[in-house]
Ligand binder design. Sequence first.
Ligand SMILES: Nc1ncnc2c1ncn2[C@@H]1O[C@H](COP(=O)(O)OP(=O)(O)OP(=O)(O)O)[C@@H](O)[C@H]1O
Length: 305
Amino acid sequence: MAAELSEARAALAGVSNEPGAPKPDPIVKGSNITRTFGGLKAVDVEHIEIQRGVITALIGPNGAGKTTLFNLLTGFDEPDEGDWSFNGKSLANVPAYKVARRGMVRTFQLTKVLSKLTVIENMRLGATGQRGEKFFSAAFKSLWSAQEDANTVRADDLLARFKLDAKREDFAGSLSGGQRKLLEMARALMVDPELIMLDEPMAGVNPALKQSLLGHVKSLRDEGRTVLFVEHDMDMVRDISDWVIVMAQGQIVAEGTPQSVMADQRVIDAYLGAHHDTDITEIDAADLEAEAEAELDAEAEENKS
Ligand SMILES: Nc1ncnc2c1ncn2[C@@H]1O[C@H](COP(=O)(O)OP(=O)(O)OP(=O)(O)O)[C@@H](O)[C@H]1O
């Protein structure tokens, strides 16, 4: 694991910390992507590149445009303008389920498991890519019979891996928040994606499941997939990211390793400027407190002399 981690980081060693920095082997590349809601520019990304085979965190204060960018890249929303590619092929105007079939799958901040289907039924439907609920219910029976065997074997393997096999026949609606997140991650893997995008995987997950979720995310990278995740939990960001991209007010404002980004004044400004209430305030507040104390000490020293 440690060797793979350093391999992922080593690939990024020469990358600059400037927003939109080119990567040596980008799996996603996008330019001039904008999306406005009324008068609000929710996304205004000049350039973005996501390095293949590493875990990239997308962070930023509430309303920074992270989820909207996810929605655009995965075909769940349409931009005002912009183009982006996955494995060198443009994805502009490609619908979500086709994006998923090409190998780029995402999960949602509020999980979209289908409560009235069982866990195994949810899994089998993951094999169809990311269609809407109506499609799922209509297509369910025919897909089940057509591809039952292959899909079921894969689904059962994944359920075992995510320790959800005991819940196989339970309604997804009966799962805890954390188990739903696991189910969504497992379901996303049904199409064997190269890139998996997780929107706040830790939100609503109890501490006992957090560690297991972290392990699962790392194992996705260690088996050669690319992971991009949005998260407010800075412990998770620090613990598992190889690279961090910071958004504020629709734009990318900083990039770098977790350590460099968390020490970056632009990041501190972006968070503190938005009066956010996430973990990074605690880090920054501690830093600021230490700074203030040092200043007071210096002043006291001066007064003495
Ligand atoms: N469908 C929509 N209609 C109108 N405004 C929207 C819509 N979706 C997002 N917005 C606005 O766009 C901005 C960016 O929202 P977005 O959800 O992408 O931010 P975020 O960085 O994911 O925030 P959070 O961390 O709170 O999830 C916000 O001001 C939000 O209110």
